[in-house]
Design a protein around this ligand. Sequence first.
Ligand code: SF4
Length: 506
Amino acid sequence: MKALLIYPQYPDTFWSFKHAIRFISKKSVYPPLGLLTVAAMLPQAWQLKLVDMNVSPLLRRHLAWADMVFISAMAVQQESTREVIRRAKQAGKAIVAGGPLFTEAPESFPQVDHLVLNEAEITLPRFLSDLATGHPHKTYQTKKFPELIQTPTPRWNLLKMKKYVSMNLQFSRGCPFNCEFCSITALFGRRVRTKSAAQIVAELDSLYARGWKGGVFFVDDNFIGNRTALKAEVLPAIIQWMKQHHSPFNFNTEASIDLADDDELMSLMVQAGFNQVFIGIETPDKESLVACGKMQNARRDLDASVKHIQAAGLEVTGGFIVGFDNDSPSIFRRQVEFIQNSGIVTAMVGLLNAPRNTRLYQRLKQEKRLLKTFSGDNTDFSINFLPRMNYQELIRGYQRILQSIYACKPYTLRVQDFLRRKSRYIKELRRAGKTPPSSSVPLRLYHIKAAIRAFFVLGIFDRGRRYYWKLLFWSLFRCPRLVPQAITFAIYGFHFRRVFHTTRAR
Ligand code: SF4
């Protein structure tokens, strides 16, 4: 059997970092981890090819080669996915599809021959067994959540690693919380299931053996869902592995804000090589947090918690949402003030949407406020329900937030704030006789190329060039070790401004 694994294209969103990764001659930020893991579950005798359309186009010859096409996608890839399905059908190929997009709305894809839904550890073996006997069904679903102890190491050999900014791996699925708008608990449950320390070490070994050095993203929706396993086994194992291998990786992940309450956990994460964590902050409005069930955020001083995590040595990137029922026109100003004061450089602000299977979706359905399907795109200004606030006012306010936080001056101020804190943190570590964590990314030719490109694009041609030079000279004098990070942030800022301007012009 020749199986062609296809990962459809992402649109140009804040998350894609498309305008930033061009500076370092990369094509995509992360590889398709789900498909690579599925590849490892397919029969060994099968021939496999992967086409990640974010890296290289899907060609006619790829489809001609295949006996069967496997597609995995999220909601945001919907448009490209439909095009892939059309082309695969035109080429007369059987299609097998899975992943969140298909699991949430299988009836929207009648052209797909086999929908292998939910988690592949349960549904894929059933499909493969039926296929082997010549009687595969249309749909494979389950309400069960598998243990991850049997989940194999992804098939990295199918990947052109050089095309990606970072590699990724997964430690856990599920989240103990139950925020009203979040689809994670519907997809993966509230019981946190984890891989063993030995599995994580095997995955690090396999990335290392393939020559990878640099960033590794733990894709868990809430990395700290099972703290006991992290503290007792997984983080100590990673710390040891990193020491033995001279710290070839640096890690980042996503976690809930109650990470701030656990100094031991943060210290272990930093020792293991974690330098960044994405946190769903959502809104500074307590009533909205209570209404959406995000009690772990509502019960605390969010700004103090963010600063405590930053002081522990972890850069915080934050997710923010507008469009809650409780939002008044002042929310736009309050969001901007919160972001600006917290020192969060990379703030991802989105409009509230209700993915299928969420509690929010059910509530809005009862209230007869649902409008259309969820696009998953944080730049198309779409909202799939009738907001309480006037839609035009909401969109104008949302645009004002984006314009305010990504404008050159406030953005540069946030970067300076972050670098100042980081520099202070490094000095404190040194004073205490400790070695500050290195960036762990060896200097490569593409870094030098990126600096040269930044010189021309940001330093000469960009309208915000004044701020580029200001940031560069400021960091050169105040924290010279952090100049590469200052340039990286300047490049990210350029990406955010580009996405904002192109989407606003649509
Ligand atoms: S904490 Fe994050 S992952 Fe967990 S339910 Fe809330 S939004 Fe979802």
